[in-house]
Design a binder for this molecule. Structure first.
Ligand SMILES: [Mn+2]
Length: 283
């Protein structure tokens, strides 16, 4: 029995298969935690999504910004869906798209396992969010994503504002919660996300902190696995285990064993083809 947390797949099917081989993943015995952004940019999003879906009895997944974006696009008219990039279009026009997307839509924003002592989010947490508060806010949005309000929620999801504050309501509240869980890297001490800052720590403007280093942040009683921040790379500190090692950008795909006393890290090379010149690594 082993539990492995795995970084952003981003449609990198070959590397995902090779990583599962390297950790000798056995669905009858082992468990996988995927930290979101299963799709987009890697070129094999459909194959990747089918693979994770096929492993669903042995795996948990949290939603990333690219997963939510795919779900939002899937709600649009067919001509609109035809306009998206070929990688996502492959999912949107696949014969099994409804099976895959209906499954994806009911995945959580946060997964916590108290017995194991770990939780997982795609990007980050707001400075004041304890584990319990974070779970509460994740459940608020997940309930809507699973219900009749999903279409409206996804239509109103895009945007950088408002910053999270407990008094928010309606779509502003949903958007602020989703932005924290799926797009956070740096924020102000009050938790305002600096969306434009995407570099490694040290490159950010004065007064901004990586979300896990904000002064006065809440104590969290579980270790955290996350992804989203490829320029941060493999980072372990402050109880956070950041696993997006840029597989889609020609970096690595990372697995971290989280049920053993000694953290075991296994990596495979990311996809072969580098992205077009001029495109900067994002999350
Ligand atoms: Mn992301």
């Amino acid at each position: 029995m082993a539990v492995w947390a795995i970084g952003d797949l981003q449609g990198c099917y070959g590397p995902t298969q090779r990583l599962l081989e390297k950790i000798r993943f056995d669905p009858a015995r082992d468990r996988l935690w995927f930290c979101g952004d299963l799709v987009n940019r890697g070129g094999e999003s459909l194959e990747t999504l089918r693979l994770v879906h096929s492993l669903r009895e042995s795996a948990v997944t949290v939603l990333g910004n690219h997963d939510l974006s795919l779900l939002a696009i899937a709600q649009r008219s067919e001509p609109e869906q035809r306009k998206v990039n070929p990688d996502l279009r492959g999912v949107l026009f696949a014969p099994d798209r409804d099976v895959l997307l209906d499954w994806l839509r009911v995945q959580p924003l946060l997964h916590a396992d108290r017995a194991l002592g770990w939780m997982m989010v795609h990007a980050g947490l707001a400075p004041k969010w304890t584990t319990a508060l974070a779970e509460q806010h994740a459940r608020e949005v997940e309930r809507k994503l699973r219900g009749n309000g999903a279409k409206k929620l996804l239509k109103n999801m895009y945007g950088d504002r408002p910053a999270w504050s407990p008094g928010l309501a309606g779509h502003d509240r949903d958007r602020a919660i989703i932005n924290v869980f799926t797009r956070m890297r740096y924020c102000s001490p009050r938790g305002r996300i600096a969306f434009e800052e995407k570099g490694a720590p040290g490159t950010q403007q004065a007064g901004l902190y990586p979300w896990y280093e904000v002064p006065g942040r809440a104590e969290r009683d579980l270790k955290i696995a996350c992804g989203h921040w490829s320029t941060l790379g493999l980072f372990i500190g402050h109880g956070v285990h950041a696993l997006d090692t840029g597989a889609v950008w020609g970096g690595k795909l990372t697995a971290l064993q989280i049920d053993s006393d000694e953290l075991r890290i296994v990596q495979v090379p990311g996809r072969d083809v580098p992205p077009p010149k001029g495109e900067l690594p994002k999350g």
